[in-house]
Unconditional design. Structure first.
Length: 406
């Protein structure tokens, strides 16, 4: 059966200082892709007014963006298995620049969505590759923390990228805000080959092997957790301007403040989550942190009358939402360490599938019971994810001769 394993790549020996630089550059790449996705939530009113469409129509472009990444991530991991990891990431960033450039000059919603889809193609090449490289370069006892650093690019996008983009739109317009994202992608494309050197291309992995991984119910349960957690987070995030309208009065500056507090807490949660998963294991982390995440969402309607309470509830939400991500990804890599890159590629698909369903889920919740139903529905989605994650361990425990990984 060894032909169905991922060929081992020789880890780099660049020293801890270079490893930190490499991880930060990889995190910057994810920051660019995530900012490109998240900033639309804060720019919805600006884009809708400019393109003369309803904000909900613009929100569906988030579904299109995320769906493309979800579908193409595994396709690219198969099609470009023999391509240099560094080259693949640089190519992905260049495509992100081209797609975002199309968005910046788009005169209507149709071309806007075309640009978003092109940018998503670049994200599909970059995200799973960067995460897999992080896992490859790190020693086993620091693998979750290395993944957390790179995945921290997503948390940083909500902490800095989206709030700054929302704030900048008030001065340079939404087009100028997205132009800044494109410029940052160019910077990252230049930095990547300088920092991420001599990473060997993975050997060719048969298509049947990649899809055979999905026959493992343990991985399916972990991926379901990713879909639920990401869907819950982004449902609330995308509709955060409506959820906080009573608090902010529709002021973009106050919304940027709320989103900034969320993102800063997310950075802390992401770093803490990696350490907690390395120390206590994924299962323990996922028995506690997501429950706090759900409780924070349930408190949203009661905090809407007060800006300080809204900020606190957003911070607890961001802290817990990001603390669970390293635990889930660590679990996915340990189910079968020899096929960990395959698991991470599927995780990227699950992550963006969660983002894709978020606008649809949120619109359904609002249509059924108003905007206050958004955090309640998202909290229920989180609890479904917790159940799925724990079911993976129950299934594993029933396998003879198996010792459940962390």
């Amino acid at each position: 059966m060894t032909q169905d394993r991922v060929p081992a790549a020789e880890p780099l020996d660049e020293g801890p200082a270079h490893l930190r630089v490499t991880l930060l550059v990889l995190a910057l790449g994810l920051f660019v892709v995530a900012t490109n996705a998240f900033v639309i939530a804060g720019l919805l009113p600006h884009i809708a007014d400019d393109l003369r469409v309803h904000p909900n129509d613009v929100a569906l472009s988030i579904t299109a963006y995320a769906a493309v990444v979800a579908v193409l991530s595994p396709v690219f991991s198969i099609a470009f298995a023999r391509v240099s990891r560094t080259g693949l990431m640089v190519a992905g960033l260049i495509v992100v620049v081209v797609g975002t450039g199309i968005v910046v000059v788009a005169p209507d919603l149709e071309l806007f969505i075309v640009g978003r889809v092109v940018a998503a193609v670049g994200g599909a090449a970059l995200v799973p590759t960067a995460t897999a490289v992080a896992a490859l370069l790190a020693p086993p006892h620091r693998r979750a923390r290395s993944i957390a650093v790179v995945v921290g690019g997503f948390a940083a996008a909500s902490a800095l990228g989206a709030p700054l983009g929302t704030l900048a739109a008030g001065y340079v317009g939404w087009r100028g805000s997205l132009l800044g994202v494109a410029i940052l992608a160019v910077v990252c494309a230049v930095a990547t080959p300088l920092a991420v050197r001599r990473v060997p291309a993975a050997g060719s992995i048969p298509v049947r092997t990649r899809f055979r991984a999905l026959l493992d119910s343990r991985l399916l349960f972990a991926l379901a957790t990713t879909v639920c957690a990401t869907g819950a987070f982004n449902t609330v995030y995308i509709f955060s301007s409506q959820l906080t309208e009573q608090t902010t009065g529709g002021a973009g500056t106050l919304l940027a403040l709320v989103l900034f507090s969320l993102g800063v807490a997310g950075l802390v949660g992401n770093a803490a989550g990696g350490r907690l998963a390395d120390r206590y294991g994924s299962r323990r982390v996922m028995l506690t942190v997501p429950v706090l995440f759900a409780l924070a969402l349930l408190l949203f309607p009661f905090a809407a009358w007060s800006l300080p309470l809204t900020v606190v509830s957003f911070m607890v939400w961001g802290l817990c939402a990001n603390a669970q991500q390293p635990a889930v990804q660590l679990r996915e890599t340990l189910i079968d360490p020899l096929t960990a890159p395959i698991a991470l590629a599927w995780n990227s698909t699950a992550l963006y599938l969660g983002i894709a369903i978020a606008p649809i889920f949120g619109r359904a919740a609002i249509g059924a019971a108003g905007v206050d139903a958004v955090p309640i529905g998202s909290a229920l989605l989180i609890l479904v994810g917790v159940l799925a994650f724990q079911l993976g361990y129950i299934v594993e425990g029933r396998r003879p001769g198996r010792i459940a990984p962390a």
